[in-house]
Design a protein around this ligand. Sequence first.
Ligand SMILES: [Zn+2]
Ligand SMILES: [Zn+2]
Length: 282
Amino acid sequence: MHRLGVHLSIAKGIEKIFDVALQMGCNCTQIFSHSPRSWYFRFPSDEQIDEFRSRYHRYDIKPVFVHQSYLVNLASPNRTVYMRSIDSIKREAQLVSLLDTRYIVIHPGSHLGKGEKVGLENIVNALNSLSNYLEDVEILVEMTAGSKNIIGSRFEHIEYILNNTVVESGVVFDTCHLFAAGYDIKSEEGLDRTIEEFETRIGINKLKLIHLNDSKYALGSNKDRHEHIGLGKIGIDGFRRIVNHRKLRNKPMILETPMDGVRSDEENLNVVKSLINFRSSP
Ligand SMILES: [Zn+2]
Ligand SMILES: [Zn+2]
């Protein structure tokens, strides 16, 4: 069965997400644990955490992925930002352990002009320095669109990170990012080739989540601009193949489509559901 959901806001309380998810027809979801544009981190109350855990175990809405804030940059050559980023993931991990939800999604980050090698080493060192805090946690490294100085647009980068960290780790695909990074997942042949390369370098079992977003810009544009499902450059036929691909259809899929009034999250979710070919499922 497909695991399908949208990124949800915790503005009304972290324990409230399950009712919203259920209402929208999600059976997995993703959240920010705090404002993604701020370092400020406020833990939910003990009551909220208890309520969250009890609902998490009662409802069939799993997994719940916690996405890091946008300020975190584990690749940063700036010492202050680097230390703050490590601290932010540490607190994220403490929360995820309490919530019992296991997964934190991180972006590899930007080397700010110092080069990929420096950036990759910073990431690996940061994760390894956190190993004592990541016992019940798995770090999922997200593929990126490859904008200037941003690490993570090639499988080679992710392979390096996974091979050199001692922490439990996996990978997140974002269909918009992969496409913008130059992986032609729009065509049938390109999708097969991309998955094959991923299998050879990293292994499909390491893929733990797919962000389903169409792309405003063309293949290889290196621009991270999400579009509604089917309305962008990947297109509806591209998404039909992606969500039904036998190597991908059992992976949790989360939408992060724009909030621009063109389409609601629920409408995008329903578009994806309409593409799912139930006969091809095992
Ligand atoms: Zn992300
Ligand atoms: Zn993106």
